[in-house]
Design a protein around this ligand. Structure first.
Ligand code: PMP
Length: 277
């Protein structure tokens, strides 16, 4: 395994990070997870646009231009080829003596990345998953893909401890998203999902699936819905770079669609898979 540190690629076990890195102190950084299919990055432009937006919102200067970052990622993939996996990339505000305010001008942001094999989770994609509802206690800028993920970490851990695969988050009963994926429901043939505002991460997979749904004539509603409405949905699915389109068959104690992946979910899965299979 290899490790990209700014412009240098080393062996993963030789990686060194400065103890004053603000990513370590404050989670002061941003990241992206790219899917690798057939040895190539999937939806890389959309991920890079989101990376640049996250950087701008947090006023972290990008250390390199987007074409240069793309070049670095492909150089990493060339030195460490992966057929089916992920490329993780993060940028922190850099290393400086600890202090909450931004570090002195000229502090170099630190870009790191690696790729690793990760097979598609074919069992869950086919058979569906169980999720549990958890209050959404995160901050009000969930649209920024920051390293600060404690709300997500605690929610996922609760899901694991309750024997589930994922946590669906809600603010006073209004469904937002999941701990590491977006959520959608099908009701009377319409696909519903939370609007892409400050309360959710604007998922790349979410965007692709919504576009494909519109193209094949499935009506789409980007509007809020409640946990109660989710329980009584005809179908529920989650979307994400690594989860792709995964059916939800149980929420808390309530089976969805009779505990089986539904037909519109299956259709959306087929559409999504045409993009890389
Ligand atoms: N929401 C959250 C909180 C996430 O962590 C993720 C995974 N990055 C998503 C949604 C899905 O986003 P994407 O489709 O871009 O992977």
């Amino acid at each position: 395994m290899k490790f990209l540190h700014n412009l240098t690629i080393t062996d993963y076990q030789d990686a060194t990070i400065h103890p004053d890195d603000r990513g370590y102190y404050f989670g002061d950084g941003i990241y992206e997870v790219f899917r690798i299919y057939n040895g190539r990055l999937f939806q890389e432009d959309a991920h890079l646009v989101r990376l640049a937006r996250s950087a701008a919102e947090l006023r972290i200067p990008l250390p390199y231009g987007l074409p240069e970052i793309t070049g670095l990622m492909y150089k990493l993939l060339e030195e460490d080829p992966v057929e089916e996996g992920i490329l993780y990339l993060q940028i922190t505000r850099g290393a400086a003596p600890r202090g909450h305010a931004f570090p002195p001008e000229g502090t170099q942001p630190v870009l790191t990345a690696y790729c690793k094999p990760l097979p598609r989770n074919r069992d869950k994609i086919t058979g569906g998953i169980r999720i549990v509802s958890v209050p959404d206690i995160r901050w009000l800028r969930c649209d920024i893909k920051t390293l600060n993920l404690l709300g997500n970490v605690l929610a996922k851990q609760e899901a694991v401890e309750r024997g589930a695969d994922e946590a669906v988050l809600h603010r006073s009963g209004t469904v937002t998203e999941c701990s590491s994926s977006n959520i959608m429901m099908v009701k009377d043939g319409t696909l519903w999902t939370h609007p892409a505002d400050n309360l959710i991460l604007p998922g790349i997979t979410r965007q692709v699936v919504l576009e494909q749904a519109r193209t094949v004539g499935i009506p789409v509603q980007e509007a809020v819905f409640s946990l109660e409405e989710l329980y009584s949905a005809d179908e529920v699915l989650i979307t994400g770079t690594t989860t792709e389109v995964t059916p939800v068959i149980l929420i808390d104690e309530t089976p969805i669609a009779g505990g089986q992946p539904g037909p519109i979910t299956r259709q959306l899965q087929r559409e999504y898979q045409t993009l890389f299979m």
